[in-house]
Design a protein around this ligand. Structure first.
Ligand SMILES: [Zn+2]
Length: 81
């Protein structure tokens, strides 16, 4: 697998410190809980699934991309605590 340097370094460092947990919200929607952050499932783009931080409405750009329930890309740059 050949990822760009930014993509290949960040996810693995993050994955070691915060284990992402696939769960459901109280409304029954699929979410990923990662540390104190939570990501809402957005939809599928081809074979990838995009998950956006619940604070995306606050212009938070953090997101996760998964394939078959496996995380392949993470942007963990939250603009909030
Ligand atoms: Zn966020």
């Amino acid at each position: 697998m050949s990822l760009s340097s930014a993509e290949s370094q960040t996810p693995h460092r993050i994955l070691r410190s915060y284990a992402p947990v696939f769960t459901t919200s109280r409304y029954g929607k699929p979410v990923i809980q990662m540390g104190r952050y939570r990501f809402n499932k957005s939809g599928n783009t081809g074979w990838k699934t995009h998950w956006y931080c619940v604070k995306a409405c606050m212009k938070c750009k953090a997101k996760i991309v998964t394939k078959d329930d496996e995380i392949i890309e993470i942007n963990a740059l939250h603009n909030h605590q």
